[in-house]
Design a protein around this ligand. Sequence first.
Ligand code: KIV
Length: 277
Amino acid sequence: MSIQAPVRRITAPQIRARKGGDPIVSLTSYHAHTARLMDDHVDFILVGDSLGMVMHGMESTVPVTVDMMVMHGRAVMRGTRRALVVVDLPFGSYEGSPLEAFHTASRILKETGAGAVKLEGGKHMAETVRFLVDRGVPVMGHVGMTPQAINTLGSFKARGRDEGEADLILEDACAIAEAGAFALVVEAVAESLADRITQEVAIPTIGIGGSVRCDGQILVLEDMLGLSERVPKFVRKFADLGEQIEEAVVAYADEVRQRTFPGPENVYGAPAQKPAE
Ligand code: KIV
């Protein structure tokens, strides 16, 4: 093997090694510019299939395609140099068989340059996780409320709030961890269940509507910036950019109508005249 340039990005094994350590920080991003702003401050960036709803106005993540994930994954990679980038496998691109999952995951890793993929599901996806990991694909799992299953779940409400369902989700989490996933997103579950999962699995748990005791946290960027119309209970708004953007648009519209924009500083003068001979 020839000598390669050193890997400078955070890797999936480095995230895996953070179990029980300093909290892992992550956010979603779908574009080069927001990815660039967060690159120095987060450990990994998820190109989540939530982009279907957040960016494209879809009702759920079900219609999202592999082509969309590749396009947004590339944009995020172009905007970053440090954080691990993880790309979601979209609904319908991996559940059919481990081989189908490998084809989709390898295409995404090759065409985006991302360092890992994420897939949703519990026990029934464990064989697929093992298949991918054995073939060089780092996999992040996702249990609890799994948005791709909206049509069978019937709603985005929190899961695992009764003991029977909590036990099943715990079994799902253990199966995905034992199959070789390097980390596990735990979405919208009872806090006590997120705590049990965090204690029982040997890989970092990444909470989103989980517990402050998870090994890390993730939020959808647009939700925490105040750009989303409605957000779940587990979101804290760290800014109100939606309001600021609307104020800026109103100010711009006023200035255009009053002809105060563009101002003298925004226009180009005529080229200097050549002196007459
Ligand atoms: O698609 C997504 O943004 C996600 C996060 C909510 C974890 O899966």
